[in-house]
Design a protein around this ligand. Structure first.
Ligand code: SF4
Ligand code: SF4
Ligand code: F3S
Length: 267
């Protein structure tokens, strides 16, 4: 309660905004408590009241006031082709805005699979050359925390922020830059359908007898055995459910390049 709220600039590149949609639904802690008591969300063009030049001026103001001391949260990624012309914010390529803010921030949080890996806009043939944050040429060398998922789980997003503020340090990361506390296990490791996998009881087709009995979804494409995320432990909607519990296999949405790795139906 006595700590000053850490300033955050939350920028948006090529993305669908569902990372924000996820974030605002956090139940533990409530997103409102994060925004009103823990961080100072100085700029987030999807939820801020200011618009246009007034909004863009806040970026310059924050950079001047908190140079080297604010968190840069990035949702989406910049397209590199045609000098970034496929994503323009405030009359300038997002690429420029991102690099400028990165020059002055303390650390970067890459929200979601767009910022962490590239996601759908970087799927083959990637016409705009959409590029994840850590691969942007010339980006300042700052610590980057990847929080992948399409979108990431709300409580994982607010959990990462809570950790940083509580302990005044960044969470321990794995060799791909993801917080170990949320991404060290595969969906398969803690999946409640795992006993069926071990017993060789599989859904062969959606809506067959095995599907009605809740058998393992591996044979209908579940990517849980190769996907690192917290869905089978933290779950979604305040711990209520997750894709597999809803009857569909994991499509590996938190993994690098999942759009090109056969996660979707071909027929
Ligand atoms: Fe949307 Fe997924 Fe990108 Fe988040 S990671 S902005 S949910 S496409
Ligand atoms: Fe593993 Fe998927 Fe089967 Fe769960 S449904 S046990 S994650 S293969
Ligand atoms: Fe994504 Fe798989 Fe979780 S599809 S939401 S990582 S169960």
């Amino acid at each position: 309660e006595t700590k000053p709220r850490i300033p955050v600039l939350w920028l948006h590149g090529l993305e669908c905004t569902c990372c924000s949609e996820s974030f605002i639904r956090s139940a533990h802690p409530l997103a409102k408590d994060v925004i009103l008591s823990m961080i100072s969300l100085d700029y987030d063009d999807t939820i801020m009241a200011a618009a246009g030049e007034q909004a863009e001026a806040i970026i310059a103001e924050t950079i001047e006031k908190y140079d080297g001391n604010f968190i840069l949260a990035v949702e989406g990624n910049p397209p590199l082709n045609q000098e970034g012309m496929s994503c323009i914010i405030g009359g300038r390529p997002f690429l420029e805005q991102l690099k400028h803010a990165a020059d002055h921030c303390k650390a970067i949080i890459s929200w979601g699979s767009c910022a962490s890996w590239g996601c759908v806009q970087a799927a083959r043939p990637n016409p705009t050359q959409a590029t994840p944050v850590h691969k942007v040429p010339g980006l300042a060398d700052k610590p980057i925390i990847k929080v992948p998922g399409c979108p990431p789980i709300a409580e994982v997003m607010t959990g990462v922020i809570s950790y940083i503020l509580t302990f005044d340090r960044f969470p321990e990361l794995d060799n791909q830059g993801r917080p170990k506390m949320f991404y060290s296990q595969r969906i398969h490791d803690k999946c409640y359908r795992r006993p069926h996998f071990d017993a060789g009881q599989f859904v062969e087709e959606f809506d067959d007898e095995g599907a009605r009995k809740g058998y393992c979804l591996y044979k209908v494409g579940c990517k849980g055995p190769t996907t690192y995320n917290a869905c089978s432990t933290v779950r979604w909607n305040g711990g209520l459910s997750f894709p597999i519990q809803a009857g569909h296999g994991c499509i590996g949405c938190s993994e690098d390049g999942f759009w090109d790795k056969g996660s979707f139906y071909e027929r």
